[in-house]
Design a protein. Structure first.
Length: 498
């Protein structure tokens, strides 16, 4: 059992017809709420939710004008725990997250009156947007926007889940819970709790989320898009004088042109990506109205936002729900894969990888790693997929995050003295050689273990040969703890290369 419908024994069609995403109850899936989809929707309930967010921003701005927020106010108005019960986000292991802390609260509080200087009196844009705060370089990133959005929509999501639970779940599958920080009382100026009946599993409640509020990778309004289209955004500004001032200021923040080379090979050295990004940030700070013109361009393409988000949700459903379910079925048929039980974490982990390799290479399991004919070449996605195949193991399989040297993909353990580290990498990773040469050894030392497994996924002969060359250079070609998996969709493939 992996997904909500598995654990609560309901048909996928029932959940799908309700419009909710079928979450995994093993670990988070890489989706999050994009508040722009509220603005872009024609549903009255979503439009109302967008206005509710603006009401709260208006309240925060009014307090920002009065003066510096106290620690108690930061805690009350800005600090929220991650809504982990929706099982969405970026966690590779489980569903835990850091939430919104004091740093976020202070950064946002101090800049409310600057970021939202035209709140409720917009001239260029149709309305204000929560995502705008993430476009300023003030320490508010997309994770913060996602967590903040989810908390501000918490009341709606809880009610949405309760309606489904009462209609489709049994009494022993639900529980009345007193949930904290559900709605904001503007008279008391504090977040209030509420009792509500919700699905209940593993000593915690569960929140369902409508598919049409979800996206993957980036919000529709996001800093990467702003920087990538900075020149065209500035060119679209109708005021000639403002355009010229912006252009001149931007150029003044770039390094002076440098002529390199000799003779006919002379050329002007272009600014680096870092230098260009710095110039953009400085220009936005000087001319914040640029953001309004950018947001206006995004508002004018509401349908594009909805279509792209819908496609991304379908991609996640295909990769993580449909494909993983097929893989689990194949593994279940493969010599009782989920009944594997060995005397050590290393033997358990290596045997599971070997079974996984056999299914991927010989039983069409490679299809798991493709979407619309294209291979999935994102290690974060592959790590989530791999984690899902461990769902019934008696061993702890967790992201190793606190060894002081950065995260290794997984630590498989059974007790403090039996731990094996697992790295799950792509052959196309440009740092693969460095990883094989140094990284896992460092992690082993920091994690007080001498056991590790390196799993390398390749998609074609070129990638296979690259890996073999690296292994020969490092004299690791006979190392049994390094396992190569052929995920190519053109069999036979690199396994025949000598």
């Amino acid at each position: 059992m992996v997904f909500f419908t598995d654990f609560f024994k309901i048909k996928e069609e029932t959940l799908d017809s309700y419009g909710a995403f079928n979450i995994s109850l093993i670990n988070d899936l890489p989706l999050f709420i994009d508040p722009f989809l509220l603005f872009g929707s024609k549903k009255e309930e979503y439009i109302k939710l967008h206005h509710n967010i603006l009401d709260y921003l208006t309240f925060l701005k009014s307090k920002s004008k009065i003066g510096k927020a106290t620690d108690a106010e930061i805690k009350s108005w800005y600090k929220f725990s991650e809504v982990k019960q929706n099982w969405l986000g970026y966690s590779v292991s489980g569903n835990g997250g850091s939430g919104l802390g004091e740093k976020f609260g202070k950064a946002m509080s101090a800049n409310m009156h600057i970021v939202y200087d035209d709140l409720n009196k917009e001239i260029i844009t149709t309305t204000s947007h929560l995502e705008k705060v993430g476009l300023f370089q003030i320490g508010v990133g997309k994770d913060n926007i996602s967590d903040f959005s989810c908390n501000l929509l918490k009341s709606y999501l809880l009610e949405y889940t309760e309606i489904f639970a009462k209609a489709h779940l049994k009494k022993n599958q639900v529980k009345e819970i007193n949930v904290g920080k559900v709605y904001f009382d503007y008279e008391l100026q504090r977040w209030m709790p509420k009792r509500i009946t919700l699905p209940y599993y593993n000593n915690d409640f569960i929140i369902l989320t409508p598919k049409d509020l979800l996206t993957k990778d980036d919000n529709w309004i996001n800093g990467n898009d702003l920087k990538g289209n900075f020149a065209s955004i500035c060119s679209s500004i109708p005021n000639d004088q403002l355009r010229s001032e912006i252009h001149n200021y931007f150029r003044s923040k770039l390094p002076a042109p440098v002529l390199t080379g000799k003779g006919r090979r002379k050329k002007i050295k272009k600014p680096t990506q870092k230098q260009n990004s710095y110039a953009i940030n400085e220009t936005i700070q000087k001319f914040p109205e640029i953001l309004n013109y950018y947001i206006k361009s995004k508002e004018e393409n509401k349908e594009g936002a909805k279509n792209i988000s819908k496609g991304k949700v379908q991609e996640v459903e295909k990769i993580f729900n449909e494909n993983v379910s097929k893989l689990i079925n194949q593994l279940t048929e493969q010599s009782k894969f989920y009944e594997i039980s060995h005397t050590s974490s290393f033997k358990e982990a290596i045997k599971r990888v070997e079974f996984l390799k056999d299914v991927i290479e010989n039983k069409d399991g490679y299809r798991l790693f493709y979407f619309k004919g294209q291979p999935i070449k994102r290690e974060a996605d592959l790590q989530v997929i791999y984690r899902l195949t461990w769902y019934s193991s008696p061993y702890d399989v967790n992201r190793e995050v606190n060894n002081g040297r950065g995260p290794v993909d997984y630590a498989v353990s059974k007790g403090a003295k039996d731990k094996t580290l697992v790295e799950f990498k792509l052959a196309s990773n440009s740092k693969l050689k460095m990883n094989l040469e140094n990284q896992v050894g460092v992690y082993e030392k920091a994690s007080d273990t001498q056991q590790s497994i390196k799993v390398i996924l390749y998609f074609d002969n070129f990638e296979y040969l690259k890996v073999i060359e690296i292994l020969k250079e490092l004299k690791l070609e006979k190392e049994k703890s390094i396992i190569l998996i052929d995920s190519g969709n053109n069999k036979p493939s690199a396994s025949n290369v000598k």
